[in-house]
Design a protein around this ligand. Structure first.
Ligand code: AMP
Ligand code: GLY
Length: 421
């Protein structure tokens, strides 16, 4: 089987490494890929958003399976275009990917189908939003741009001034472009967060092992929100009892709701959950594998990923038994100094071998290029240094040992991944 992976981050590198374990796979292409991915797959210079050329390439090469990993091409309809061209593809169609690409859609879906989530109001006018926030007079309050914003379109305002600023930045200054034409203003919730990725064929939903992301840039959850600075799996807060409640009150109802709306979701659905004092609530849905959640979840998968992907596409996921290792896994993200704001690129990375790896851990490349025999930084999140062990402490130790042997100018990473308060 020849596979085309669409995307270029640590998530895609992890997926490719897992797919390579399958004896059904003979060749993997990745478009556009990155420096580390080029050691595991043939990188193709097509942008992840270039749907026409991606379909053309898949047809020319007679690709057996396309895997669309990032949110933007899913929202833009890459899966629809591939399927129209007769190519088997993993991922939701655009009409289902909207569960991530419009927060207004997902909040209204949850309200309509009684899926537990924070209370909210939707606004298409900044003055109405500000009047509502003034009258409501409860802080902190959460302000979210409707559309995709690289994980940065959520602002937690501590007081009225910050809230007014947030509304104006999103709706008037259009910091996130058209994503901010509408906003969701919602109740601030508290409690530990859990990420649960789930395979679904549109009928059956099979959650993967849980994980915990560390979204803030600095230790002790300080600094700006990022795409994710590190992860652990399993998530220590996610007990079997909570998992059972989620299956019954969140996972299955969401799949049914999407079917009812004529938007059957097939692929990987990501549930961003918060365990609040009033029960588990959905913070957000993503229409794809999480990054860097994938880096700690997939290494624990024992079943052939190709078999699962085929079952999702063919609609017989219920017939497959998915097995997981009981190990713990930890991923520490090494980022460029300055991320998630501005940062330099093209800095040489020291400590990796010729395959971009290091002994004792697996290095999933996120923002790197391989040039003249050297790995250089090429993005905000650069590497996801990952290790598994029979205990979480052991996994963290291995991951940090490896991190300490890798360096590049202004490298930044959190020292407290895996710590729980
Ligand atoms: P999102 O992009 O929707 O995942 O939001 C990013 C982060 O903002 C989440 O991971 C939470 O930490 C935080 N967040 C979002 N919504 C809320 C809420 N209603 N209450 C508290 N924190 C929130
Ligand atoms: N790590 C969060 C996400 O992938 O959206």
């Amino acid at each position: 089987m020849e596979i085309l992976m669409v995307g270029s981050g640590g998530r895609e590198h992890t997926l490719i490494r897992k797919l390579k374990e399958s004896n059904k796979v003979t060749k993997i292409y990745c478009a556009p890929g990155n420096g580390g991915i080029s050691k595991d797959a043939e990188c193709v210079n097509i942008s992840a958003m270039d749907i026409d050329n991606m379909v053309k390439f898949a047809k020319e090469k007679n690709i057996d399976l396309v895997f669309v990993a990032p949110d933007d091409p899913l929202a833009a309809g890459m899966v629809d275009a591939m399927e129209n061209a007769g190519i088997r593809t993993f991922g939701p169609k655009a009409n289902a990917a909207i569960i991530e690409s419009s927060k207004v859609f997902s909040k209204n879906l949850m309200k309509k189908y009684n899926i537990p989530t924070a209370k909210y109001e939707v606004f298409n006018n900044s003055q109405n939003a500000i009047n509502y926030i003034k009258n409501n007079n409860e802080f902190p309050i959460v302000i979210k741009a409707d559309g995709l914003a690289l994980g940065k379109g959520v602002i937690i305002a501590q007081n009225l001034d910050e809230a007014v600023n947030a509304v104006n930045t999103i709706m008037e200054d259009k910091k996130f472009g058209a994503s901010g034409n509408n906003i969701v203003v919602e109740e601030f919730l508290t409690g530990p967060e859990v990420s649960v990725l789930a395979f679904t064929d549109g009928n059956c939903v099979k959650p993967m092992v849980s994980s915990k992301d560390h979204k803030r840039a600095y230790d002790n959850d300080e600094g700006l929100n990022t795409g994710g600075m590190g992860t652990i799996s399993p998530n220590p807060y996610y007990t079997d009892e909570i998992a059972e409640i989620c299956q019954r009150t969140i996972f299955e109802p969401t799949i049914k709701a999407m079917n009812n709306e004529g938007r059957t979701f097939k692929g990987c659905l990501y549930f961003g959950l918060m365990i609040t004092p009033k029960g588990v609530k959905v913070i957000e849905y993503n229409a794809r594998f999480g990054d860097p959640e994938t880096q700690v979840v997939l290494p624990r998968l024992k079943t052939d990923l190709v078999d699962i992907i085929e079952a999702v596409i063919d609609g017989n996921l219920s017939e497959i038994n998915i097995e997981w290792s009981t190990d713990s896994c930890a991923c520490v993200v090494m980022a460029s100094g300055g991320y998630p704001e501005s940062y330099k690129k093209g800095i040489e990375i020291f400590g990796l071998d010729e395959n971009g790896q290091i002994e004792g851990a697996t290095v999933y490349h996120a923002g790197t290029v391989f040039k003249d025999g050297k790995f250089l930084t090429n993005g905000g999140r650069v590497l996801g240094v990952t290790a598994c062990d029979s205990t979480l402490g052991g996994a963290l130790k291995k991951a940090y040992n490896a991190v300490n042997k890798i360096n590049f100018e202004n490298a930044h990473y959190r020292k407290d991944i895996g710590k729980t308060k």
